[in-house]
Design a protein around this ligand. Structure first.
Ligand code: GLC
Length: 798
């Protein structure tokens, strides 16, 4: 943190400036506090320095439009309070101490006298940590799953090899999301301090019972989420910071990258190998070597006729994504630089007049001012050059932004941005740089796609840096990890916590980026990544080849099996993406999401759920051929053996190299697609519907064209699948299709698990034929996908 200019003073007394109404407006010594309930379970608190003036609006939270809840405000001689149907915020007007309690009077948050201070350039907030409180979220952060005990500085930087074993005390990373989910005794709550300036959190490290936060700003812009359900907290947070748009379906497929495939020949060779070896893959990446001397938006001599190359790859079912870094080479002959200067689009040096010069891959570079709308549209126009060659997606890297020219690895904090709302020093807005670069990239892809949504390809943008709300513009990949077991371990908690922080579409470099991987590590990483939302293999320059076949034939074969499984899972995954878009629910979920009252499940950070119905326990130790798995309270079927297991216990799962411990929840309804070489190779007209009898089963089926923006105009289809078991009868009810999109599915191939006896199958009340898969206790029946309601029943004949 920069040296404090003036000590922050604790306010001694508050007085009310408002009459009882929908919110509270208080004034304390040198500070104002406004409190408003945006929803029953969402409070917005703004402390601002000075006794005049208004809070500055958020950079990422859009003005709140939903109707405000009915609240009661009370202003007494010593306390002021605001009560919603879910909880009460009360502040002691004499001391400034405040607390939030739920409707049963249980404490949700509390801050002691003097715990909330605001000075001109620094603000602090210290919350009490309860004894059994766990803290999750904070976006991309290394370390333990439960963030309690960690220190974290929100200041985006480029950091190589960020595994805890390499950098045990690492506090900063590429992405800053100052949002946390707190859990105690099954009750969830959330905190979001919205500022893109430097922020520092100490969650019970220095003081075991204190969650200390401070930021280099003269205001506290705070949202408190009262829960008490986990999904309510995360969905409110997503409502504030924005929903993830749907990616094209191919973005869910396997992706192959390396720093770098240095020539056109090498890229084509990789494509050929993938197809020849029947290793499904949708996307190939071009890292920085594709450019002419690292000049952004160009193709160098090693990539002659890029449009032709991309067309040829397209015929084989590949999409091409290129890296786009922010630094524009300071070469006076370079067209992008010339036009950027003409548009006056670069970040200014501290003098406010000359363009700031830093150093990145191209050498001396200027940095586009992505916080300025004019600069963003200039950038989008430049990016058109890539779209015209057929590039399907943009990979934003080095956008913290990274700058080799300074020891702190980023821009001079006094650099000047001419933002959409006026001049700002870099230190005030640092964490927004990557966010707005991703915005520019996405907007550029949309502009290149034209104005007809049904013809406009869905943007696909990957980013390394970001701030709260980054999910609106890009998926997040977690940067330069290393090929070691420690980093594989860290990846699990990292994606889970990112997922809880509003970023459902995330993933990391499969196999590890830095250092040479090993066949075993690669395989375990690959198996785990089969179930992560983003699935891309990437490795550093100078490391051994890391394509699945480069690690030996046994590895290649197992990878093929897992790739097939990934592609079969795509319809299920796509429904989870749709759910994430509409509710903010993570795709990859920690156990606490569905089992918040089970302390063992809450603490579990090395297993995860994919949606409600699949549980994955990745193998994270070298040499391990078995691992302990916690089964929460449900019945679980071992995916590979079909063995049913009762929940509420730990089991030891065998995990020879060829498998990963994988469990299906009794009640699951899993739509499976074909094992294909790329998305769209085989039409989606016949999908499997794996159903496991169990007390509650539900699938929220979602369909659209998977490629264009037409879904944004409502070209979608939804229906609900509900399964039940009553006595010995299993039933499935499919609600009528809603929405104008015509389903591509003609037939559901129902696969009913654990159908041990011969029995009767009825379709809409009439007997229907089926086949028995004897040795697997399954029956299989084809169900026409009518748009009206469908009812299927199966009763064994005893
Ligand atoms: C950064 C990226 C990495 C990329 C490399 C070269 O280190 O994080 O993924 O390969 O730059 O562009």
């Amino acid at each position: 943190m920069p040296a404090r200019r003036r000590p922050a003073k604790a306010p001694a007394a508050y007085q009310s400036l408002s009459t009882p109404g929908p919110g509270l407006h208080l004034r304390g010594p040198g500070v104002q506090l406004r409190i408003e309930a945006l929803a029953d379970d969402l409070l917005h608190l703004q402390w601002t320095h000075g006794t005049r003036g208004k809070p500055t609006p958020s950079w990422v939270v859009s003005p709140w439009t939903p109707p405000r809840p009915a609240v009661q405000t009370g202003i007494g001689a010593t306390t002021a309070s605001i009560t919603t149907p879910v909880g009460t915020y009360a502040i002691d007007l004499r001391s400034g101490a405040w607390s939030v309690t739920d409707r049963h009077g249980l404490q949700v948050f509390s801050a002691a006298a003097g715990a909330t201070t605001v000075s001109k350039s620094e603000s602090t907030l210290t919350l009490d940590l309860a004894e059994r409180e766990s803290v999750f979220g904070l976006g991309e952060t290394t370390g333990t799953f439960n963030r309690r005990g960690l220190q974290r500085e929100f200041w985006n930087i480029d950091v190589l090899g960020h595994a805890p074993a390499i950098h045990p005390a690492l506090k900063q990373l590429y992405v800053s999301i100052p949002f946390a989910l707190s859990m105690r005794d099954g009750r969830a709550a959330g905190v979001f301090w919205d500022t893109p300036a430097r922020q520092f959190w100490d969650i019970g490290q220095t003081r075991l019972d204190r969650w200390q936060m401070k930021a280099s700003t003269g205001a506290i812009d705070l949202y408190l989420f009262l829960g008490p359900e986990v999904d309510h907290v995360v969905s409110r947070y997503t409502q504030l910071t924005g929903a993830m748009p749907l990616p094209p379906k191919w973005g869910l497929g396997y992706q192959q990258s390396r720093y770098s495939y240095e020539t056109r020949e090498r890229v084509e060779e990789i494509a050929q190998e993938l197809r020849k070896r029947r290793l499904p893959c949708d996307v190939l990446y071009l890292d920085i070597h594709h450019m002419e001397g690292y000049r952004v938006f160009t193709f160098g001599k090693a990539f002659p006729k890029p449009a032709e190359m991309i067309r040829r790859l397209g015929r084989k079912g590949f999409k091409v994504v290129t890296i786009v870094d922010p630094g524009v080479k300071n070469d006076p002959k370079f067209g992008v630089l010339q036009r950027g200067r003409k548009a006056d689009a670069f970040v200014k040096a501290p003098d406010g007049k000359t363009d700031y010069l830093g150093e990145v891959w191209p050498g001396e570079s200027r940095f586009p001012d992505f916080l300025n709308a004019g600069a963003r549209s200039w950038w989008a126009r430049e990016q058109q050059a890539l779209s015209e060659q057929g590039v399907a997606g943009i990979w934003n890297d080095m956008n913290e932004p990274a700058n080799f020219a300074r020891p702190d690895k980023t821009l001079d904090p006094e650099c000047l941005h001419r933002t959409d709302r006026g001049p700002q020093r870099h230190r005030e807005v640092h964490n927004l740089y990557g966010h707005h670069m991703a915005q520019a990239s996405r907007e550029g892809l949309l502009a290149a796609g034209g104005s007809d949504p049904s013809r406009c390809p869905r943007p696909f943008v990957i980013t390394r840096a970001g701030y709260a709300g980054i999910q609106r513009h890009a998926l997040v990949w977690t940067g330069d990890n290393s090929s070691n077991w420690d980093h594989l371990n860290d990846a699990v908690q990292m994606f889970l916590n990112l997922s809880l922080s509003g970023v459902p579409f995330c993933g990391g470099d499969v196999g590890g980026f830095l250092e040479n991987t090993t066949p075993e590590l690669f395989l375990r990483w690959f198996q785990f990544s089969t179930f992560t939302p983003f699935f891309r293999n990437h490795s550093n320059i100078g490391t051994i080849d890391q394509e699945p076949w480069a690690l030996g034939q046994p590895v290649e074969e197992i990878c093929r099996t897992f790739l097939h499984l990934r592609y079969q899972l795509l319809p299920y995954l796509y429904c989870l993406f749709a759910e994430a878009r509409s509710t903010g629910a993570p795709i990859m979920r920690p156990l606490l999401w569905h089992y918040p009252n089970d302390p063992v499940a809450v603490a579990c950070g090395d297993q995860f759920l994919l949606g409600r119905d699949l549980m994955i326990a990745p193998v994270l130790r070298q040499g391990a051929v078995a691992r302990s798995v916690y089964l929460p309270n449900d019945t679980w079927i071992q995916f590979w053996t079909g063995e049913p297991l009762v929940g509420g216990q730990h089991v030891v799962s065998e995990a020879p190299l060829s498998t990963i411990p994988l469990y299906v929840r009794a009640g699951a309804i899993l739509p499976f697609g074909p094992a294909q070489q790329f998305v769209g190779e085989i039409p989606d007209d016949s999908l499997m519907l794996h159903c496991v009898p169990g007390p509650q089963g539900r699938l929220d089926w979602y369909e659209d064209d998977g490629e264009t923006q037409a879904y944004e105009q409502g070209q979608t289809l939804r229906r609900t699948f509900i399964s039940r078991v009553r006595g010995r009868t299993w039933s499935l009810d499919v609600s009528p299709a809603v929405g104008p999109f015509t389903s591509r599915v003609k037939t559901w191939r129902l696969v009913l698990w654990q159908a041990r006896h011969k029995g009767r199958l009825r379709l809409n009340g009439r007997p229907a034929p089926y086949d028995v898969v004897e040795d697997q206790d399954m029956i299989v029946a084809d169900i026409p996908n009518d748009v009206g309601p469908i009812r299927v029943e199966y009763s064994p004949v005893v």
